[in-house]
Design a protein. Structure first.
Length: 235
């Protein structure tokens, strides 16, 4: 059944051995300037950016659209200069001192009743969205439907691997942009584009390759997810 939710695109950079960060989960700064420009273009094409608390904890900031042409394009389309930046967290445990809270973007929090408690008494987040399943997990599906009702039609999911896995398990991802960068990070516990419990081959989400671009030493892969009605992860 077609879901009434925004179009979602995961955008990530990974090492040639499939890691999105090193074993210390440091911020991933191994992409080139071309990759950063690519990411900024994807951000600029979105109404909202979604990322997990782990990603925010690693970087402490978010990516702002700053290229004049991209800003102009957004203005021409009647959009605000920056998309809304939405942090997904069960716990709500984020450091209010990080630079993210000083950046000139609208910040929303997608969390649980417990995760919202601290932030409800502060002004850091313009909106606090609480969508909970009966087991007190975040109900991302319903949250996305709510975003559609607020006029958000395109969402870029900027990581990390836990958030991408939880959305993929629910069949909530439409497209994937992966930049393959020329380095090896290794490490059995280093994060990958999709972590979580994993999928058995017969249930694995299938992709269709839309385009491949090579810029110097990096390869930009653009996929769409093939429609499927039943995705189940191991576990
Ligand atoms: N190379 C790249 O393009 C790229 C992009 C992004 C991130 N990264 C790297 O990836 C690493 C972070 O990835 P990660 O997998 O650890 O973190 P993540 O997916 O960014 O965040 C995980 C956390 O987000 C919250 N969360 C995620 N999915 C949720 C869900 N469905 N419901 C409720 N809360 C949810 C939880 O927060 P709470 O713990 O607060 O409950 C969870 O612990 C960092 O090392 C970062 O550098 C790389």
């Amino acid at each position: 059944m077609m879901q009434h939710r925004p179009h979602t695109t995961v955008v990530m950079a990974m090492s040639a051995d499939g890691k999105i960060a090193d074993v210390r989960r440091s911020p991933a700064r191994f992409g080139s300037l071309a990759d950063k420009a690519h990411l900024e273009k994807q951000v600029a094409a979105s109404d909202a950016i979604l990322f997990g608390a782990g990603t925010l904890r690693a970087y402490g900031t978010t990516l702002i659209v700053s290229h004049p042409q991209l800003l102009q394009q957004r203005t021409n389309l009647g959009k605000s200069a920056q998309p809304v930046h939405i942090v997904v967290t069960h716990s709500g445990k984020l450091n209010p001192e990080i630079n993210f809270f000083k950046q000139p973007v609208k910040r929303w929090l997608l969390t649980t009743t417990a995760g919202a408690v601290f932030w409800q008494t502060t002004t850091e987040f313009e909106q606090i969205l609480i969508f909970e399943t009966p087991t007190e997990k975040i109900d991302i599906s319903t949250a996305l439907q709510h975003l559609t009702n607020l006029g958000i039609t395109r969402v870029a999911v900027l990581g990390g691997g836990s958030l991408a896995a939880s959305m993929l398990e629910l069949n909530l991802i439409d497209e994937l942009w992966l930049t393959v960068c020329p380095l090896i990070l290794g490490g059995a516990s280093a994060p990958t584009p999709v972590d979580g419990m994993g999928f058995l081959p017969q249930l694995a989400p299938r992709l269709q390759l839309l385009e491949v671009q090579t810029v110097e030493q990096e390869v930009f892969l653009h996929y769409t997810f093939c429609p499927t009605s039943d995705l189940s992860s191991i576990g």
